[in-house]
Ligand binder design. Structure first.
Ligand code: ES4
Ligand code: ZN
Length: 350
């Protein structure tokens, strides 16, 4: 062999950055409480003097065999008992941003559930100060721009949602949008007409979970009654061809969460996920992680899983990444959106 290979003791930054990494993407459907990893839950429990009803991480992880949305939510709310201080919320969000950055996430719009904390006596200010401090440092510490989305629990009353919006008033400079999550069936979007109108009047953007377990009619209500700008999940739109046509025409973003759909049995297996047909139909689909600590993966694992199970090609993956930035609430920073979109177009898949 006559080639001379120069080996430098420190790989140059250019050499390592030419290796194809994960495609740059925005995460638009991520519940920060759903990033609570078993090890972190035990660590927070220990320092807050809380005893979890599980002997160790393995026993806790074994409880992650869900039957449906409600069986997941029961554990999700129970484990939140370990989140008590501003430090807990800061560390939770900072740890998420670190993991997301490794997987090519450049921008994250993050849900939180204030009512799940205020009902336990944790003040909304503790939650928002901790999360927003981590998010504000996200760019410098992890190279990720962020937005914060306050979600109302739809299985709580409309009055409780209104009171939560009122409690959040002093912190609205930290909040971009409101959302709607938790147990869907029996709690249609129209129940929250008033609070979404109030949020809009305060200058907040609007999203809502719809069509995860609930029927396509809930997606229509979220659009027509709440005036949302993205549908979280929206999976069941495929049951209503007229609705699909409308969503395509309006270029309405859908924040799909494939691994969540498998774990909560919205689809039988990942190979049965309707994502490829949704893309072919022209729907503005995005791929997200929902509650990554519970559902087996962060944004990168969700991208990899759909690529492998659904045989998505480079152009479909590029479309998903492009859609994520097009659907992001970056209207106040179009230069940044353009930079992210240019990165997507020039990305080389490995
Ligand atoms: C959620 Cl997967 C899902 N659906 C509805 N609400 C939620 N809150 C956290 N994860
Ligand atoms: Zn969700």
């Amino acid at each position: 062999m006559s080639h001379t290979v120069s080996v430098s003791p420190h790989p140059s930054p250019t050499a390592s950055s030419t290796a194809p990494g994960p495609v740059p993407k925005a995460e638009l459907h991520l519940h920060i409480e759903g990033t609570l990893e078993p090890a972190q839950a035990f660590a927070f429990a220990a320092r807050n003097g809380i005893t979890l009803p599980y002997a160790d991480e393995a026993e806790l992880t074994a409880a992650y065999a869900f039957e449906d949305l409600q069986s997941f939510l029961d554990l999700y709310y129970a484990l939140m008992a370990v989140l008590r201080t501003e430090r807990d919320f800061f560390e939770l969000a900072d740890a998420y941003l670190a993991r997301a950055a490794e997987q090519g996430v450049r921008h994250a719009e993050i849900f939180f559930d204030p009512q799940a904390h205020t009902c336990r006596g944790v003040p909304i200010g503790t939650v928002i100060e901790g999360l927003s401090r981590a998010l504000a440092a996200g760019e410098e510490r992890h190279g990720i721009s962020t937005r914060l989305i306050l979600c109302f629990l739809r299985d709580q009353s409309a009055e409780s949602a209104l009171q939560t919006l009122e409690e959040a008033r002093p912190y609205l400079d930290r909040i971009t949008a409101v959302g709607l999550d938790s147990a869907e069936v029996g709690h249609p979007p129209s129940k929250f007409r008033e609070v979404f109108a109030a949020a809009e009047a305060l200058g907040l953007r609007k999203v809502a979970h719809a069509g995860e377990e609930g029927p396509p009619a809930y997606i229509v209500e979220a659009l027509d009654v709440l005036g949302v700008e993205r549908i979280d999940h929206g999976l069941r739109c495929v049951e209503d061809p007229a609705l699909v046509e409308r969503l395509v025409r309006e270029r309405m973003p859908l924040t799909l969460c494939p691994l969540s759909n498998v774990r909560l049995r919205a689809v039988d297996t990942l190979a049965d996920h309707p994502l490829p047909g949704m893309l072919r139909a022209g729907l503005m689909a995005t791929v997200n992680s929902d509650d990554p600590a519970y559902f087996g993966g962060y944004a990168g694992e969700n991208f990899d899983a759909v690529r492998d199970a659904l045989a998505l090609g480079e152009e479909e993956l590029r479309t998903l990444a492009r859609n994520s930035f097009l659907a992001a609430f970056l209207d106040d920073d179009e230069e940044r959106r353009a930079r992210y979109l240019a990165e997507v177009e020039s990305h080389t898949f490995g």
